[in-house]
Design a protein around this ligand. Structure first.
Ligand SMILES: [Cu+2]
Ligand SMILES: [Zn+2]
Length: 186
């Protein structure tokens, strides 16, 4: 009687031990991933479309109510303004960047001033180049997010720079002309 009880206890203890050692390392590894390896921000490398010489580096950082974009763009015509938008597809492979699709517009609004309520979520202020053809970027895109997996998440979309100024009125893209540079947000 006593020896049977001992065998049962040992067997139970053995199973519990085997389970613990098999499960623990896996649980630890997957719990550590989001903290250690998922970046909070994002970046985008602007590359010129065929026939253009524009390039730039952009950094995106989440902030209260939106995403801040900072960076620098060079190779622009001096002292000019250029339409600048988030487009719906993260694909810059076409020579004219047409593969990036239309303006990012998950809320189904008309194209507009980025400061107005009625606008594509991807509408951003025009970029202004200086006398050397360089533009500093420091703007906030309201109501979008990074890495949330929601409809407002712009990671995996693209940033497109245009040849002409965006009038913030004309549909569907502010009459800003050709796409001179494109970047995928990663
Ligand atoms: Cu655009
Ligand atoms: Zn738009």
């Amino acid at each position: 009687m006593r020896s049977l009880l001992l065998v049962v206890l040992l067997a139970t203890g053995g199973i519990a031990c085997a389970q613990t050692s098999a499960v623990t390392p896996e649980t630890k590894a997957s719990a550590a991933l989001p903290e250690a390896q998922t970046p909070v921000g994002a970046s985008a490398e602007l590359k010129a479309t065929v026939g253009n010489g524009v390039s730039g580096t952009l950094k995106l950082t989440p902030q209260q109510g939106g995403v801040q974009m900072t960076g620098s763009i060079k190779g622009l015509t001096p002292n000019t303004q250029h339409g600048f938008h988030i487009h719906e597809k993260g694909d810059c492979s076409a020579p004219d960047a047409s593969s990036a699709g239309a303006h990012y517009n998950p809320t189904g609004q008309p194209h507009g001033n980025p400061a107005a309520a009625a606008r594509h979520l991807g509408d951003m202020p025009n970029i202004q180049s200086d006398a050397k053809g360089v533009a500093k970027v420091d703007l906030v895109i309201n109501d979008v997010t990074l890495r949330t997996g929601e409809a407002s998440d712009i990671v995996g979309k693209s940033v497109v720079l245009h040849e002409k100024v965006d009038d913030y009125k004309s549909q569907p893209a502010g009459n800003s002309g050709d796409r001179i540079a494109c970047a995928v947000i990663k």
